[in-house]
Structure formats: C-alpha cells, structure tokens
Ligand binder design. Sequence first.
Ligand code: SIB
Ligand code: ZN
Length: 434
Amino acid sequence: MTNLLLVAGGRTLRPDLTVERADVVADRGTGRIEAVGPDVAEEYEVDETLDAEGCLVMPGLVNAHTHVAMTLLRGYADDKPLDPWLREDIWPAEAALEPGDVRAGAKLGIVEMIRSGTTAFADMYFDVDEVVAAVEEAGVRARVGHGVVTVAKDDEDAAADVEESLRVAREFDGAAEGRVSTAFMPHSLTTVGEELLREGVETAREEDIPVHFHANETTAEVEPIVAERGERPLSYADDVGMLAESDFLAHGVHTDDEEIALLAERGAAVVHCPASNMKLASGIAPVQQMLDAGVTVGIGTDGAASNNDLDMFDELRDAAMLGKLGADDAAAVPAAAAVKAATAGSAEAIGIDAGRIEPGALADLAVVEFDAPHLAPRHDDVSHLAYAVRGSDVRHTVCDGRVLMRDREILTLDEESVVAEARERAASLVERAE
Ligand SMILES: N[C@@H](CCSC[C@H]1O[C@@H](n2cnc3c(=O)[nH]cnc32)[C@H](O)[C@@H]1O)C(=O)O
Ligand SMILES: [Zn+2]
C-alpha cells in the first residue's frame, strides 16, 4: 500500500491563479500534496484515483468565519438589522439549544460545505466539543472557538465565559488528528467588557493562542466605541493586543483609512462576509482598499441564519460583485482576487497551511465539474469560478488527502440521516424557544 491518492486528468488551478493541465498526487499519510504536474501519474504508484477529466481541480474553499450550528436557525428570523435580530430572535433561540442540537446543526452545515467544495472553516460558537466531534467524524478541517459574551451577565458568569473560551482553545488544539486548531474568541468589542477582554487576550498572547472576533460590522457597533473612548474600534483592539499576525476579525465593514493601515502593519486578517453584510444591511466593506494596503483578506459565510447558505461559491461571487459596487469601480475585486481570497486568503487568515495546490501544502481539494450549461463555453476558468460556478458543480471533495465526497456522494457522513436529524431537532428547538 502506498497510501497515495491521484486526482487524474483535470486542469489544475495553480497558486498564481493560472490554470494548466495537471494531475495531483496526495499523500494520505502526511495529509499533504506530494506532486503536481502533467505527467506525475506515471511516476507514482497510487492506490486510489479520482477522475477529474473535464474538471477543474482547485484548493478546497476555506470558510473563514461561520457559526456552523446556526444551520438549525436557517430561515428562522430574517429581514432585520443586526442588533434587534440578535437580541430579539437569535439569542433567545440559541438559549434553548442543547448540545445535541449543536452537533446536529454542525453536521448539517458540514455536509453542505463538503457538497460545495469547502474543506476548512473557522467557527465561533458554544458547546465546542460537539462541533469538534462533528469535524472529526466528517473529516474536514476547522479552527474552532467558544464565543464570549459578557454584556448582561454577572461578574462571575462573565469571567467563566472567558475562562471557557481559553479552556476550549487549550483543550481542542490539535484534535481530530491535527485537523482541529483553535482560537480565543471574544464575540465583539462591544459585547465583551474591557477588563475581561484585556485579561483574556493577555492570557491568549502568553500561550500563543490566536484571537478571533467580530469587529466594525455595523455603524451601531462603531459609534459607541468612538463616543466612549474617543478612538476607533480597531485602535482600541490594537491597544488590547488583538491585532497580531495570528488574529483575524470578521466583517471590518466600517473601517477607515487609519484602521486599514493599522491592520496592514500589524498583520491581522479581515474575513469579509458579503452576504451577511448585505442581508443585515450592515454596509459594504472596503475590500479593494484593504487588498491595496496589503491586508490579508479571507471570505466567510457567517452563520446560515444571516446568509442563508454556506456555499462559498455564492460568497466569492458576492465578494466580487459587492467589491465593485462599494468601490464604484467595475475593475475592483476582480475574479482572480475573489477566488484567491476564498482559498489562499482565507487559509492564511485562519492560519492553516492550505488554499494552494503545490507540493508540501495540505491536500485539501475541490474538483469542479465544468459540464453544466451555465458553464459553457469555457473561455476562462477563473472567471467561471468567480461568476458562474455553483456549489452543486463540485464533484469530489478531498481533505487531508482523504476523499470526503466522491461523485457527489459523501463518504464520511450519512447525508440522509444528518438532514433528517437536523430537521427534527430544529422543529423541537423552535417549539422550546417560543
Ligand atoms: N457564549 C455566547 C455565544 C457566542 S457564540 C457567537 C455568537 O455570534 C452570533 N452571531 C451570528 N452572526 C453574527 C453576526 O453577524 N454578528 C455578530 N454576532 C453574530 C451567534 O448567533 C452566536 O450567538 C453566549 O453565551 O451568548
Ligand atoms: Zn459572525
């Protein structure tokens, strides 16, 4: 047994975003790409082959910000701005969530992601052991964490929430044979009090734990910080020490020139969530400006209740479209930039060594079929990835050198029972919540 997987006969998206005829050999032992090239099939003895004839082999998409178990709340409350949506609908429903619900919702979301070619995600939620169990079973990769909210909690509960986030970050780092990594995850700069935020971040820094949080998502989140502190939110975040190179923040919609310069200087990444920003009418992130400044930009779906799906192809199209609208320039966020953000950019943002097809990189791949009418003719594969491919065009998904979906059949989870359980649990959750 060689333990090698061959992805044969396809065209391959290279790190420089060019496309060439090339096979890919992945080592299931190391989980890494062994070789890429037009003739590598002849050089290796492999024991498993995936047919990619007529397909494009690309890095697995990386969903750099989500709350995966929120699939159970998909379509539960729509058409409201962020603050009332969270306070009146989402948080009360989440208060009724049981650990088994989080497991079921996470599995549903992971099935959806595997189907649409996403191989890794960053997740902020609670009952993180359930998310980890789902990741382990499904075979995907994730950076997970417990979201801390201290507002409206007494001192003891608030401190316990911070402690839980640090505990989770310590305990699960390296789980699922190394496919799980972690971060300390204060929910946002306005939902976590300053003292506990500083303490938590300080501990995270001492222990080399990355920090992930929501920031500058709406003006309603920016204004109180400016009013109270006389400084912009990211200047405050910098002062707290949460803009290190390992750190990544979700949204960054309302960021000014100085904040963008600060991000570029410190090396913290921004995860752009265009669908969520449109749906909650949060605003338009200055993505092209961030890219021009040298900020690492990834893309995320955010939770399914504000999207309402976890299809990263939708997301990267939205990123390209909204980037143009926001910059008032059709040349802004071009196809290649959007594809890069959803792969290498997201991988860099959340700190995993994936998102590019080259020897040595993690063997996380999506094989996209180009046969459908909406993908004809085939002038430019990268254009299609940004503007025309849908998640349902993904034929095979590979993570860590292991095939998770072959010919649209998920091998690691029983899709039918995952969907059935999620439906049942969502129904009783809503009953309990109301
Ligand atoms: N420990 C916290 C939970 C925080 S998890 C992260 C939270 O982010 C929420 N969330 C989802 N989407 C967004 C968004 O776009 N902005 C801010 N929060 C969001 C999500 O519903 C979840 O409650 C508690 O006890 O309430
Ligand atoms: Zn979020």
